[in-house]
Design a protein around this ligand. Sequence first.
Ligand code: NAD
Length: 395
Amino acid sequence: MYLTNLAVTTIENDVWMLFRETNCTNFMKSRRDFLLKLGGSALTLPIVSALTPAEAAVPMVAADKQLRVALVGLGSYADRVATAMKDCKLAKLVGGVTGAPEKVDKWSSKFGLDKANFYDYKDFEKIKDNPNIDAVYITLPNSMHHEYTLRAAKMGKHVICEKPMSVSVKQAEEMIAACKKADVKLYIGYRLHFEPYTRELIRMRKAGELGKIMHVNTYDGFKSGDPNQWRLKKALAGGGALMDVGVYCINGARYATGEEPIWVSAEEAKTDPVKFKEVDETITFQMGFPSGAIASCGTTYNFNNFERLYVIGEKGFVDLSPAFGYGPIKGRTNKGEMSWDTTKMHQTWQMDGMADCILNGKPDPNVTGEEGLKDMKVIEAIYKSIAAGGKKVMV
Ligand code: NAD
């Protein structure tokens, strides 16, 4: 049995994950090593014999079946996603939504897109009649995620929405309800769930290799530049560092422990009350989990080199740093240095992974609207704790 080009990524990943989970040894730690050992072109490789019955049951994707995506809001992150999607096998960028007509020319020539698949924000609903767009990917400022998710769901299109999912728990709940009602998927752009180092951390924790999780440190932040950007305006951003990158600390502590926090306590420090008049600058916070594990976390808009996920269990540890940015992610465990594939952009893994679930009816990855909602609940509890002078707040 031979694989189509389009099926290769999916099957490669499945076999690699299976291989890693059952045979991981030091001499073949990376996916690249694995493929080199397999040798030759996967296009002509009869690898089905290496699959378990469950893996073999993964449906083959027809060569013409791809998730066709339009990006909504053609800013800097959209550009990164579009660039990464050039290497996707199962997802394909086909168009965009923008308020700037000049971007239609620029984007269609830069990414080879049909101008017929571009829309203005006010014409957004016309996408409904475009059979060549299956999903929209919302890369607008945070406070606009809610409106555009609701509008996209009404058009019957799947929704991928950037983090933070919304600017409130209430909005997040409405987004989930709207997508459920319309029977479309709602995934949040949590790219790290598809990234090899993060996946390995989650695999080790699930396999019990770390033992009982005792403690987690998560930090993420950077020095914010332009004082006039939307990220510093509460009406568009919803909050500051916590909403923007602190969400990675919350999500990271959740996937490092496999638990949901039951309480938080938090404090804010503000060194520049003019620049950060409307939003938070630096927040440190703790989260307590049902098992007794504690996460000690921090997020900032005030300095660089603040990026780590350190999970400590009774039997082992994983220390990723950098852990949340575009990478390359680096890390070590109690067994030594980690070495995984860093050749692909995170968003390439992400979009192929999401497309694989949507197209092939695979179980949803841990990036659903419900997962985004859990993070939003923690964010709100953190702001409540700060307002209450650092008191413990139940989530
Ligand atoms: P950006 O400012 O570069 O792009 C925002 C886009 O929205 C622009 O095209 C802008 O024209 C458009 N827009 C429409 N209405 C607007 C308004 N009223 N005010 C401002 N812009 C408006 O921002 P970005 O960095 O691309 O971030 C967009 C989203 O992507 C945010 O939610 C952010 O959190 C998320 N993001 C995620 C990652 C990640 O790694 N997952 C990284 C960066 C950004």
